[in-house]
Ligand binder design. Structure first.
Ligand SMILES: C=C(O[C@H]1C=CC=C(C(=O)O)[C@@H]1O)C(=O)O
Length: 375
């Protein structure tokens, strides 16, 4: 499908107030969309359903599904659009609120550090939201800018008339599962990108990232056959750098996707340690509802044709190509919600015993630029 036709269909869907999701996976060209043919609100019961899942931070809240069987699946392989370079004018009306917001956030961070020093927590991810007034708020135009700016992110625009409209460009994969093989990303630690990947990381960042890797292994130990952990790598995400490791493993045959998701979400990259205590600290102290920020989203139980990984490449062998269930979920970071003429940007950062409130505030300011730069 041409990109003009593709985006026309998305615009029509939005205009008709029907649910849809449009997205592009990291470092890929194809843009996919699901257009639901009614306004019903579907939820996942046990993650055996097929569709695009949109899950909140609080796992006690329900995960929304755009099911494939009531949706039209369309795709295109490029973004040719006249309008994506137009600039939406931003008038930041909350300069006053921003100093209040800084005071609230730095106090919150100090409270987090205190809880860690008192041994109530080991790590906690604390966040805030920021409102920006938009003069023009066409989400499809903003989505095209995100596509154009963040090639290595999972870029999406998700809409349901009964929930709202969310957009984002996240650098973090929660999990990829193909059959019983899976990989999980442990991403944490942040510094500004200043032209090179060759940077020095402080112990604070190394430790907060290590917490995430250790958590993944500890929580999945009983569910996996064996596992491999990659070396720690510095990766670029827009104007930022993060530390990343990949954990890959084979799931035991009797382990369900729901068990894996329950064991993982929310990871210490977005919540903290111990998980339940950190979550309660967040719910009690952040002073707002994260909703879908730091939740996860993506393709659930899609069917993918998989060729054997090794063996002779002959015609006989090709007959063995099998269809496997494939799930690819991303953590909902560097995201925003659009309500009327307002963009609500969500940003946070990992707090450990050595966190400094001023630099943690600055980190959220840098993270907010990922989204602000396309508004
Ligand atoms: C919680 C966020 O980022 C997480 C992912 C990468 C690095 C992070 C950090 O350095 O604190 C956070 O754990 C966010 O961007 O809002």
């Amino acid at each position: 499908m041409t990109s003009e036709d593709f985006f026309k269909r998305i615009e029509t869907q939005y205009h008709n107030q029907l649910p849809f999701v449009v997205y592009r996976k990291p470092n890929e060209n194809n843009i996919f969309a699901l257009r639901q043919n009614n306004t019903d609100l579907f939820f996942t019961e046990d993650f055996t359903e097929k569709g695009f899942v949109f899950s909140p931070f609080d796992e006690l809240d329900k995960s929304v599904l755009i099911p494939t069987d009531v949706s039209e699946a369309i795709s295109t392989d490029s973004i040719i659009s006249k309008s994506y370079t137009e600039h939406v004018e931003v008038s930041n009306t909350n300069n006053l609120a921003s100093s209040e917001s800084k005071t609230f956030h730095t106090n919150l961070i100090n409270k987090g550090v205190e809880a860690i020093k008192n041994d109530a927590l080991k790590k906690v991810v604390l966040s805030r939201k920021e409102n920006i007034s938009l003069k023009e708020a066409n989400p499809i135009t903003i989505f095209k800018r995100l596509l154009n700016t963040y090639k290595s992110a999972f870029v999406y625009c998700w809409y349901h008339p009964k929930i709202g409209l969310w957009l984002g460009a996240t650098p973090e994969t929660l999990i990829k599962i193909e059959g019983k093989r899976f990989s999980i990303m442990a991403l944490a630690g942040t510094q500004d990108f200043k032209g090179t990947l060759n940077v020095v990381w402080q112990n604070k960042e190394k430790q907060e990232q290590q917490f995430v890797t250790d958590f993944i292994i500890d929580n999945l130990k009983t569910a996996i056959e064996s596992y491999k952990v990659s070396d720690v790598e510095t990766v670029k995400a827009g104007n930022l750098l993060h530390l990343k490791t990949m954990v890959s493993a084979q799931l035991k045959s009797d382990v369900s996707l729901k068990e894996v998701i329950t064991a993982l979400h929310p990871t210490p990259a977005v919540c903290g340690l111990p998980k339940e205590e950190a979550k309660q600290f967040i719910l009690k102290n952040e002073g707002y509802n994260r909703e879908f920020y730091t939740g996860f989203l993506g393709e659930l139980n899609f069917e993918t044709k998989v060729s054997p990984r090794s063996g002779r490449r002959n015609i006989e062998n090709r007959a063995y190509t099998v269809t496997k269930k494939c799930t690819q979920l991303y953590v909902n970071l560097r995201c925003m919600q659009i309500i009327n003429q307002q963009a609500i940007i969500y940003v946070g950062g990992g707090i450990t015993t050595s966190s400094n409130a001023e630099s943690e505030w600055q980190e959220t300011v840098s993270k907010s630029l990922v989204i602000k730069s396309v508004l």
